[in-house]
Design a protein around this ligand. Sequence first.
Ligand code: ATP
Length: 317
Amino acid sequence: MHSYSLIAPAKINLYLEIIGDRPDGYHELVMILQSIGLVDQIDVRSISTDSIRIHCNHPQVPTDKSNLAYRAAELMAMQFPQAFAQYGGVEISINKQIPVAAGLAGGSTNAAAVLVGIDLLWKLGLTQSELEELGGTLGSDVPFCVAGGTAIATGRGEQLSPLPSLDNIYILLAKYRSLEVSTAWAYKTYQEQFGHSYIRDSENLAARANAVHSGAIVKAVVNKDVGEIAQKLHNDLERVVLPAYPQVLQLREVFANQEGVLGTMMSGSGPTVFALFESQQQAELVLRQVRESILDEDLELFVTRTITHGIKVASSV
Ligand code: ATP
C-alpha cells in the first residue's frame, strides 16, 4: 500500500473545568470530550524524495512547518529514522471541512490522522496507546483525537479514561466564519481573572478530578440520558470568552431560546457554540430558525451527531 485515506473527526467539549495551572505553562483540566461527525479527510502517501509536503483546500490553514499535520510527520520521521529512510517522504493532503480555530480540535485531529496514516504506510504496527503517547507530545487534544468516542480527559487533556460511547445525540454547531478565538488568549485571560481559585496541591487536584469522574454529567453519559447530559454541560472558558465576544454570547442566547434545544454551550476555547437535540429533524428545524433570526452570511451552521470513533481508515491504494 502506498497511500491511505483517513477520516479525522472534530470534537466538542461536553464539559471543561479548569482546576489549576502547571509549571510547564499548561492548565490542569477535567474535560469530557466527544467526537462528532464533522470530519476532515486526510490522504497520506509515500513519495520518493525525503521531504514532507502538505496541501490543503482551506486558505487559512498553513502548509508549512507550522501545520500540526506537518509536525506529526516530522515527529514520526525523527522517532523512526530507519522507516523514514526505507519508505521516503510523505505527501499529506488535507480536505478541510472542520472550521479553523473554532474550538473543535481541527489541527489536532489532522495530526492524529497523520500519526495513524504513517504508522500504516511504514508498517510500524504501533498500538493505540503508543500512538496516543506520541500524539501527546504534539498537543493536548491529539491523544483523544486518535482514540475518539467519548472520554474523560485529565492532566492537560492527554490522560484519557474512555466512557461508554454516545451515538444518540444530534448537534447543531454555529460559528462566525471570520471570528477566531486564540486558545492561548482564553487560558491566559482565565488565569488572570480566576487564577486565585486554582488548586495547587496534587492531592486536591486528584480529588477534584475524581469528583467529576463520579459526578452528575458522567452518570448521565453512562446512562446515555441526553436530557440530563444537556442540563449538565459546562465550560469554564465561557466566563472569559462570552464577555469579550458579544457575537458568541448572542449565539448562546439565541440557541437557549429555541424550542427543542436540550442544552447549549461553547466548545473548547470557542468561538463555536453547539446545541444538543434528540432528533435530526429538531436540529434542522432550529438551524432554519436561527438562519432566519440572524441574517449574517458570515454565520456557518452545521447539523451533525455524536460518533463513536476517532481516526478511521476510509480507503487504501
Ligand atoms: P483546539 O480545539 O484543539 O484548541 P481549534 O479547533 O481551536 O483547536 P485549530 O483549527 O486546530 O483550532 O486551529 C488553530 C490554529 O492552528 C489555526 O489558526 C491554524 O493557523 C493553525 N493550524 C495548524 N495546523 C492546522 C491544521 N492542520 N488544521 C487547522 N489549523 C491548523
